[in-house]
Design a protein around this ligand. Structure first.
Ligand SMILES: Nc1ncnc2c1ncn2[C@@H]1O[C@H](COP(=O)(O)OP(=O)(O)OP(=O)(O)O)[C@@H](O)[C@H]1O
Ligand SMILES: [Mg+2]
Length: 314
C-alpha cells in the first residue's frame, strides 16, 4: 500500500481537529472504495476516536455499536471512503457460515471455482473488512474472526492454503448491542458474543446525532421545509428516543424508535404530504403513519400523540 498523502482531519472530515492522517494514494482495489456521500455529517468525537484507532492501534478491530439508524454503517463506509480505502463488506446473519465468510467453491459455467469470501479477499488485498451486524455472528464465524484479529492467518483447508493478512488489513464492525446480548429483546437475531472476540475491538458507542447536527442534516436534505418544522420533528424524535432507550431507573416504555434513518424518510413523506390542503398536525401524523408501525404498536402511537400535544404540534 502506497502511503504518501497526508491531510488534516479537518480537511477530510470537516471537524475541528488539527491532527494529520494518511490518505491512501493508490487504493488496494479501486472498485471497492465506497462512493463519497457529500451529505455525510461527521461528529467530531467519533472522528477523533476512529482516527486514534486508525493511526495508533493497528492490531485491534474497531466496533461501532448503538441503536438502529444512528449512523454506524454509514460512518464506517464514509470514514474509509475519505481515506481512499477499499472496503469488503460482510453482512452477518445468524445463518452465515464460515464458508461464506472465508470463501468456498461455487459453480460457474459448469465448472467449480473457488471464490474468496469478504474476509479472505480483504486480507489478501490488505483492505478493510466491514462486518455489519457483528452481534449476530454465529460462533463458527466469530472464532475465525477472533483468530485473525489475534494475528493468526486464515486457514483454507479446501485449497491447502493459509492466507496471511497483507499490511493494511483492518477490521471495522457494527452492531446494535455491545456484544452482551440484547437486554430488552428488541433486536432479533442478536446473540451474546464471545468476550474474547469483543476483547479484540476498540469500541465507539454511536448514539443519535446531537440535535443541532440532525437539524442541519435534514435542513440540507429538505431546503424547502421551514426550519421550525424540521426543528419540531427533531424535538419529537429526541423525545421518542428517550422513551425507547430508557434510563437507569426507568426501563424503555416503547420498543420502536425514530432513528435518523426514519427521520430522513419521514421528512420526505412530509414534504410531499404538505402540498395537500390539510392541517399541519394531520400532515405530520400521516407522514409518521407511513414511516412507523402505528398499526401494530398502539403504545408508540399514544406516545407520539402525547409528545405532539405537549409540544403544541396539535
Ligand atoms: N452522520 C450522518 N450523516 C448523514 N446521514 C446520516 C448520518 N447518520 C445517519 N444518517 C442517515 O441515516 C441512515 C441510516 O444510517 P446507518 O445505516 O448508518 O445506521 P446504522 O446505525 O448502521 O443502523 P442499523 O443499526 O439499523 O444498521 C443513513 O442512510 C443516512 O440517511
Ligand atoms: Mg447498519
Amino acid at each position: 500500500m502506497e502511503e504518501i498523502m497526508r491531510k488534516t482531519i479537518k480537511e477530510l472530515f470537516g471537524v475541528d481537529l488539527a491532527a494529520q492522517i494518511t490518505v491512501n494514494d493508490v487504493p488496494e482495489v479501486p472498485e471497492r472504495v465506497p462512493g463519497i456521500d457529500a451529505g455525510q455529517i461527521f461528529i467530531k468525537e467519533m472522528v477523533a476516536m476512529a482516527s486514534i484507532w486508525y493511526l495508533y492501534d493497528q492490531r485491534s478491530g474497531l466496533y461501532l455499536y448503538g441503536p438502529t439508524g444512528s449512523g454506524k454503517s454509514s460512518f464506517s463506509r464514509q470514514f474509509m471512503a475519505r481515506l481512499n480505502r477499499s472496503v469488503y463488506e460482510f453482512h452477518s446473519t445468524p445463518q452465515s457460515e464460515p464458508a461464506e465468510f472465508k470463501g468456498g467453491f461455487h459453480l460457474k459455467g459448469g465448472n467449480t471455482v473457488w471464490v474468496d469470501g469478504p474476509l479472505t479477499a480483504a486480507a489478501r488485498a490488505g483492505a478493510v473488512l466491514l462486518v455489519d451486524e457483528l452481534d449476530t455472528l454465529n460462533p463458527g464465524c466469530a472464532m475465525v474472526l477472533k483468530s485473525v484479529l489475534d494475528g493468526g492467518s486464515i486457514a483454507l483447508p479446501e485449497l491447502g492454503e493459509y492466507v496471511v493478512p497483507k499490511k493494511g488489513f483492518r477490521v471495522v464492525a457494527t452492531g446494535n448491542t455491545a456484544g452482551n446480548g440484547d437486554a430488552w429483546g428488541r433486536y432479533a437475531s442478536v446473540r451474546r458474543q464471545n468476550i474474547a472476540l469483543m476483547d479484540c475491538f476498540a469500541k465507539i458507542e454511536v448514539g443519535y446525532m446531537p440535535e443541532g447536527l440532525e437539524t442541519g442534516l435534514l435542513g440540507k436534505m429538505f431546503p424547502k421545509l421551514p426550519a421550525t418544522i424540521i426543528k419540531g420533528f427533531v424535538d419529537l424524535a429526541n423525545d421518542v428516543r428517550k422513551l425507547f432507550i430508557g434510563a437507569e431507573d426507568a426501563p424503555p416504555s416503547i420498543d420502536v424508535t425514530l432513528s435518523t434513518r426514519d427521520m430522513v424518510r419521514t421528512m420526505g413523506y412530509f414534504a410531499i404530504l404538505m402540498k395537500r390542503q390539510k392541517s399541519l398536525p394531520e400532515n405530520v401524523m400521516d407522514a409518521l403513519a407511513i414511516s412507523l408501525p402505528f398499526g401494530e404498536n398502539a403504545a408508540l402511537k399514544v406516545a407520539i400523540t402525547g409528545i405532539l400535544q405537549r409540544r403544541g404540534f396539535t
